[in-house]
Design a protein around this ligand. Structure first.
Ligand SMILES: [Zn+2]
Length: 119
């Protein structure tokens, strides 16, 4: 089984092999800014399980040393992040994935940095 994913404009598309990895909801300030939302939905995936069908528009921004946040240069959708010290792992942006199934494990990070009025 696999899941389809696409950015807002469709210029970036990939297929993700199931089962999906852990999902992390990250409330840190960097993730909020990078995603324009209350938190980031990061789906952990081995790079080998992600098959890009279209990635020419993907650009990477080094948001801190050794950490790269990838986005679609046509529409601005966040696509994934990756770290030099975690090779072979992508943290996919969950909003791009069609019908994301419930993860085996869901965790939250930097909840104390998030909006305290958010339930
Ligand atoms: Zn796009």
């Amino acid at each position: 089984m696999s899941l389809a994913a696409a950015c807002l404009c469709g210029a970036t598309r990939y297929i993700l092999a199931e089962p999906i990895g852990d999902v992390v909801l990250c409330h840190c300030r960097q993730c909020r800014r990078a995603n324009g939302g209350a938190f980031n939905v990061a789906v952990l995936a081995e790079t080998a399980n992600v098959r890009f069908e279209a990635r020419d528009a993907v650009r990477e921004f080094e948001s801190s040393p050794g950490k790269y946040r990838a986005f679609c240069s046509r529409c601005g959708s966040p696509v994934y992040s990756r770290r030099d010290d975690l090779p072979g792992v992508l943290r996919l942006r969950g909003g791009l994935i069609d019908d994301l199934p419930p993860p085996r494990r869901l965790t939250e990070a930097y909840r104390e940095d998030g909006w305290d009025w958010l339930a």
